[in-house]
Design a protein around this ligand. Sequence first.
Ligand SMILES: NC(=O)c1ccc[n+]([C@@H]2O[C@H](COP(=O)([O-])OP(=O)(O)OC[C@H]3O[C@@H](n4cnc5c(N)ncnc54)[C@H](OP(=O)(O)O)[C@@H]3O)[C@@H](O)[C@H]2O)c1
Length: 273
Amino acid sequence: MQLSEIAEFLLVLGAMTTQKNQKVKTVLITGGGSGIGFETAKLLVAENYRIILLGRNREKLQEAARSLGGASDRVSIHTCDLRDPASIKKTVQKIEGTHKGLYGLVNNAGVYPLGGISDTSAGTWDEAMEVNVKGPFLLIQAFAKAMAKNPAGGRIVNISSTAGILPNHFALAYSVSKAAMVHLTRTLAKEMGKDNITVNCVCPGIVRTPLHETYHTSKSELEQFYAKRGASLPLGRIGEPSDVAGAVKFFLSEQASWVTGETLVVDGGRLLS
Ligand SMILES: NC(=O)c1ccc[n+]([C@@H]2O[C@H](COP(=O)([O-])OP(=O)(O)OC[C@H]3O[C@@H](n4cnc5c(N)ncnc54)[C@H](OP(=O)(O)O)[C@@H]3O)[C@@H](O)[C@H]2O)c1
């Protein structure tokens, strides 16, 4: 067994131990190793939830779990590629083997491919749909039955984007995939309410996360981009991951138990400007 596998095993063991405390609610966060997903995990750990972080990169997830600090017995990690249905199936089986009664699923992982009609390849289109829509659909489908049996009910929070409401310039596949996420939310909210499962959606505007780093040649160019975009917003700044995490926390909370099919825009006023 490699050192990284031992560390992962210990994290899973910790999760199984704390599983005995039935009052702790378990929430799976996809893309939990960075950005909005990680910040949501931080907030939820502080609120006494048990967290499962999911992503493709084991080292990144381990680092995220470590930096959640003393709460490591409350945090476990699973590697999974949302483009691959077989990987999703395997991950779901592993999670169901260690965590009985998932309470929350935060479909946060996402990719942001750029391109318009002339330069969006079929592969780019497929990737956006697979990671941003089909993966979330398969996860919801896989966990729906177990969630329905959970006495506390179930909570699904989908992370879309303002691009799902007002398309982003030169981001065809992304905007369409995020619009699908809004409608997936509303459609499933109608169907899953009978099982006491709420389905809600958060649409962030521009937020400082690694998602933007690939599209800028230098740190200073990225900072200029953030400053310019922030200045154009009614609230005068771009968002931080914690601005979005608070909205996710609300949809998972007791206070939101009669809220479903809702789309909450968290964008500093972007859609007004
Ligand atoms: N930042 C913004 O301005 C903004 C605005 C609106 C909406 N959003 C949405 O917010 C969500 C979180 O993004 P973020 O801004 O926090 O950026 P981020 O830090 O880059 O997070 C994206 C996450 O998705 C995961 N991911 C990507 N492809 C995956 C795959 N095939 N399988 C599994 N996981 C995959 C990545 O993990 P690995 O690479 O380790 O797999 C990463 O942790 C996304 O859905 C994004 O569209 C962001």
